[in-house]
Design a protein around this ligand. Structure first.
Ligand SMILES: [Zn+2]
Length: 292
């Protein structure tokens, strides 16, 4: 990858949908932002609250999603919006949201990507900071059944290899995919990939008061024999979605990353952990600031 300048959107744009957790109607408003301000989310339904930087320092612990909080305001389920912005190399953007969570859309990043592409993307003056992975790092899930490593790659690029394997009894078959990042590859190969749950997990979520408005048409629900009431957009849509989640979570580092990540069954919390590990192992002096 060549050194590149930071980017933002050319004009404001809106996306309307409903939240998968609460079922509330949600409007997302993407606004252009000055260089070096990064990606930030602001709760406009809570008057006077400051934008929350979408960086590791603001991540709060959740199960199976990514949320950020500044103590007074919290935004849940940012990962697929983050993936859309990171996937298009939009580095500076203020995302205003009028609810506690981002819209679920169709469970993928496609709607956000289309909205951002319609807004147009413009280049700014400052160069984008790059973290080049040169120290091997490893993060493991609490149950030791998931992990992700980061290592050096000779070419200046980001590669993510993901191995998904939920065992022989799972209706989701093992899938392995290696993805080399570029905005074009993100749009064509990952953006459409939807999140997935097991039918049994849906029942548990609904019993906790979540997901009352979600139907199998809104995301991929796997029953004992496969997808219920929906069709896969690719035979390996699940692993594509897991890599999409990685792209969104790695954007919490606030810079481009050149390295090879190898993931086994990792989810958001392990993705955050490898980002923290990589950030700690790579002194800011090793980050490359491109010449102005
Ligand atoms: Zn996801």
């Amino acid at each position: 990858m060549q050194p590149r300048r930071q980017r933002t959107i050319a004009r404001p744009a809106e996306f309307h949908g409903f939240g998968f957790l609460t079922g509330a109607d949600v409007t997302l408003r993407f606004l252009p932002a000055a260089e070096n301000t990064g990606l930030r989310f602001q709760r406009v339904d809570l008057p006077g609250t400051e934008p929350i930087p979408a960086t590791l320092d603001y991540v709060v612990l959740r199960q199976r999603r990514t949320a950020i909080s500044n103590g007074t305001a919290t935004v849940e389920l940012i990962e697929h919006v983050m993936a859309a912005m990171a996937g298009l190399q939009i580095d500076n953007c203020l995302v205003q949201v009028n609810a506690t969570e981002c819209p679920g859309a169709d469970g993928s990043s496609l709607g956000f990507v289309q909205t951002l592409l319609d807004a147009g993307i413009i280049e700014q003056s400052a160069f984008r900071e790059v973290l080049v992975v040169h120290e091997a790092c490893l993060a493991r899930g609490d149950d030791d059944r998931s992990e992700i490593s980061a290592g050096h790659i000779f070419r200046r690029t980001l590669v993510i290899s993901y191995e998904l394997d939920y065992g022989p009894r799972s209706p989701i078959k093992p899938q392995l995919l290696t993805f080399e990042f570029s905005p074009e590859a993100f749009v064509t190969s990952l953006a459409f990939a939807r999140t997935f749950v097991l039918e049994t997990e849906i029942a548990a979520l609904k019993s906790q008061g979540y997901g009352s408005r979600v139907t199998p048409a809104d995301l991929l629900v796997f029953g004992p024999t496969g997808v219920i009431g929906n069709e896969l957009r690719a035979p390996d849509e699940c692993v594509r979605h897991k890599i999409l989640d990685c792209i969104g979570d790695f954007a919490l580092l606030g810079c481009d990353i050149h390295g090879h990540f190898r993931a086994y069954r990792s989810g958001h919390n392990v993705n955050h952990a490898i980002c923290r590990s990589v950030a700690e192992a790579h002194n800011p002096l090793h980050r490359l600031r491109q010449p102005a």
